[in-house]
Design a protein around this ligand. Structure first.
Ligand code: ATP
Length: 339
């Protein structure tokens, strides 16, 4: 495998709540290689954004404690001053957020937003910047680049705004793109277009992409490898084909069984019991998914669940996957796991 562009080593991200710190990311290790899309998937509140913010230095330093390392081109990003990180973020690491309307400056035209990034990170002349910006707009699928160059965010559709944000992220040819729910705020048709665009850009550049999403459809469409995150921990890590063909961790299997299948439209869908508890109530020990699969005996879980490689490239946390099954409806009210 090629040299990784990002190597996250035992990252722990803790937020201060009143007088204590609670880890929203608890010992995560991951690698991202050039040309690959690594998806981080999990329900809302599992720690995906906390992970992305820590990697990009966008956390609130007064309330957040970071431990571990985030290696990028030989430098631990966690050891950098904010000013040093600014030189990397936006240049070598591009960012795409869920909501372009709040990420884009409402008082700046699309063209000027992109040029601002070029201003900060390059020494191109005004005309060179304009030409490069027009090419970038075309590259993200905007046919009338001249017109969009002079448009303000509120004059653009959601899909067009997302294209402008992607063009901004790609402006300096980043080697790593971090996309946090890039299609969530869009309608289904536009979602498909933005996914196709990200795929094309990934194929054209050698950038690695970290794709954060709760949507398994987006994962199936874009990802090469997938890290499934639950309560701040990676519970399964594998390639995208294995994830859908042979999911092992109970959480992954529950997620996969909760999406409708075109092959079996009458099949009952699995509903994952309960919700992700608030951060300060996350358990300090044991299998964190245990409370949501109460029909699996306690002794089938590990006391200190480890992430183990169960086949080449396929990692699973806790031994409970060996005993897990999706309950049938008649198995009682206690675990009415079907809709
Ligand atoms: N600044 C903060 N201070 C305290 N708790 C926080 C802070 N940011 C996030 N949290 C908590 O950390 C946990 C993980 O949140 P995070 O936003 O990373 O999850 P997520 O998987 O990205 O969810 P979503 O998809 O809804 O953004 C949640 O319980 C959240 O309430």
């Amino acid at each position: 495998m090629t040299q990784e562009v990002l190597h996250i080593d035992n990252l722990r991200v803790s937020f201060r709540i009143r007088d204590d710190y609670y880890a929203a990311v608890n010992g995560v290790s991951l690698e991202v290689h050039p040309y690959e899309v690594l998806a981080i998937v999990g329900e809302s509140g599992c720690g995906k954004s906390a992970l992305a913010q820590a990697v990009t230095g966008l956390h609130d330093p007064g309330r957040t404690k970071l431990e571990g390392s985030v290696w990028f081109e030989g430098t631990d990003l966690l050891s950098l001053q904010a000013s040093e990180l600014n030189q990397i973020r936006g240049k070598k690491i591009g960012l795409v957020y869920q909501d372009p309307l709040s990420a884009l400056n409402p008082l700046m035209t699309a063209g000027k937003q992109i040029e601002e990034s070029l201003d900060y990170h390059t020494s191109l002349s005004a005309e060179e910047k304009r030409q490069r910006t027009l090419r970038l707009l075309e590259r993200v699928g905007i046919a009338n680049a001249e017109q969009i160059y002079g448009s303000y965010p509120h004059e653009l559709s959601g899909g067009m705004r997302q294209r402008v944000m992607i063009a901004t992220a790609m402006a300096c040819d980043p080697v790593l793109l971090i996309a946090d729910e890039p299609t969530t705020a869009l309608d289904v048709t536009t979602q498909a277009q933005i996914m196709a665009l990200l795929k094309t850009l990934q194929q054209q550049t050698n950038a690695g992409i970290v794709l954060i999403t709760h949507n398994l459809g987006v994962v199936a469409e874009l990802a090469d490898r997938v890290a499934v995150m639950y309560m701040g921990e990676i519970v399964e890590l594998t390639d995208v084909y294995t994830l859908f063909a042979r999911p092992l961790h109970p959480y992954t299997r529950s997620l996969v069984h909760s999406i409708p299948s075109l092959q079996a439209p009458d099949e009952r869908l699995h509903v994952i019991e309960g919700i992700v508890p608030p951060l300060h109530k996350w358990p300090a020990a044991g299998c964190r998914f245990q409370p949501r699969i109460g029909w699996i005996p306690a002794e089938d879980h590990e006391a200190a669940p480890a992430l183990r490689e169960v086949e080449p490239g396929h990692w699973v946390r806790c031994t409970c996957y060996r005993h897990f099954y999706i309950p049938r409806p008649h198995e009682g009210d206690m675990h009415d796991g079907f809709a």
